[in-house]
Design a protein around this ligand. Sequence first.
Ligand code: PLP
Length: 378
Amino acid sequence: MKKYFLLTPGPTPVPPEVLLEEAKPILHHRTTEFGKIFIEVIEDMKYVFQTKNDVLMVTGSGTAAMESAVVNLLSEGDEVIVVSTGNFGDRWEKICQAYKVKVHKISVEWGYAANPKDVENLLSSNKNIKAVFATHTETSTGVVNDIETIGKIVNKTNAVLVVDTISGLAGQKFLTDEWFVDVAVTGSQKGLMCAPGLSFVSVSEKAWKLVETSQLPKFYFDWKKMKKSIESKETPFTPAVSLVVAIHKSLEIIKQKTLQKIWADTEKLAIACREAVKSMGLKIFSDEPVTCNILTPILMPEGIDGQKVVKTMREDFGISIAGGQDKLKGKIVRIAHMGYIDKFDLVVAISGLEIVMNKLGYKIELGSGTKVLEQKLF
Ligand SMILES: Cc1ncc(COP(=O)(O)O)c(C=O)c1O
């Protein structure tokens, strides 16, 4: 038997009390009992999003919520800006293209954050832009984008700002209303400490106006149907009831701890992890000030295959971290520190990394990383 440690940037580990909720007998979704839980989840998500706007729930992973944003806001041929800083920024472009929406793309070199000025320039040279799509924490590169500044820029125009905070929410500071984010999307399996399968969308008044003009085809993802059902404490279709009951518990834990404390603790883990990695002679892929707090992206030295590091960590020690995606495959590894991942999980990850790097031929003094980690964390 091997003990298993999950330190990937989604899915993330789920607290035992949340797992136990998932194991409870199934509730019927058209009952007062379920309706109460569902509405509390919607209200609690307003706290997590930091919004007074409507919040809707989608049964499906984060990408489902992303697709729901495109089909509810736009019509074929509409022009939009996609700000892409990595693999997940590119996903906005792919979804838009699938629905024949015309994309003006701001492509940022992987490892860097977007420059809000580029958004401002593109918006001022094209008055037809209906929406700007961006990513809060770009999980593929470990970069956090300046959504606050982008929000101020987009707010002065007729366009709506749509932000993917699937990995960032409840880990990295995110203020939907204060930052003028019209639509924010997130998923259940990261900072929200639940199993994958649920996603949430917040929708501003400005965004609802655009919904009124949208002509893209939609049925399962129809936001108007979802909003109407919430009035009777229901969902249009059968929701993933066990996940709803489970996330109800996670949200209780989050509220009790408070977002401010979660953001501060996550930042502390991030700083310690980055320092530990540097003390091992390794480099951070996207270094400060653009590195996000929810994961540490580690550049692999010449001759070391990141895929092999990930595989050896998992197969030899049961420690699950993530490799690089797309053009970063083999070049970086990513250690997550969000949600239920805590200090001692990081000690395990850094210790495992020291051992595995040595095993694969890259000399690291054993204990060099864990020493710094412990000094920073405890
Ligand atoms: C920033 C970001 N966007 C989108 C996604 C896609 O979400 P899902 O895999 O839940 O569909 C992820 C998941 O890793 C993500 O981290």
